[in-house]
Design a protein around this ligand. Structure first.
Ligand SMILES: [Zn+2]
Length: 149
């Protein structure tokens, strides 16, 4: 299945992030033809940038690749439920479909917390598919935080 392989690539970005001592989250943007146009993992520590979440970096790279401020018709795959900041960026980028893995009870902003996409001020909501390869993502996150404490 196509989306499984995209999530597989997002998971490998997450694994690479963990190796850089970053929170293991990975994201992939695929265009309307199903081609990967950007992939990224968290780099907040490396870049000293609290906004350098995997989703933001992948969206920036995808926009640069397309030469557009919008990603109309594109899909985003991310291993963890996006936070409110990333959810707002996903909306602003006009992402068509969001596929994510594990829920994030602590910082998630899609299925819980502020539920960004259901706000009246949210002008574009993607179709959302959650729980994709969630277990693999959760295991990775748990191992990472266990290691750091
Ligand atoms: Zn985020």
């Amino acid at each position: 299945m196509v989306f499984t392989s995209f999530m597989e690539q997002a998971l490998s970005e997450a694994r690479a992030a963990a190796k850089r001592d970053e929170v293991p989250v990975g994201a992939v943007v695929a265009d309307a033809q199903g081609r990967v146009i950007a992939a990224a993992g968290n780099r907040t520590r490396e870049l000293n940038d609290p906004t350098a979440h995997a989703e933001v970096l992948a969206i920036r790279a995808a926009c640069a690749a397309l030469g557009s401020e919008r990603l109309t018709g594109c899909d985003l795959y991310v291993t963890l439920e996006p936070c409110p900041m990333c959810a707002a960026a996903i909306s602003t980028a006009r992402i068509a479909r969001l596929y994510y893995g594990a829920d994030d009870p602590k910082s998630g902003g899609v299925g819980q917390g502020p539920r960004i996409f259901s706000h009246p001020q949210c002008h574009h909501a993607p179709e959302v598919y959650d729980g994709i390869a969630a277990e693999e993502s959760e295991v990775m996150l748990r191992a990472f935080f266990l290691h750091r404490r």
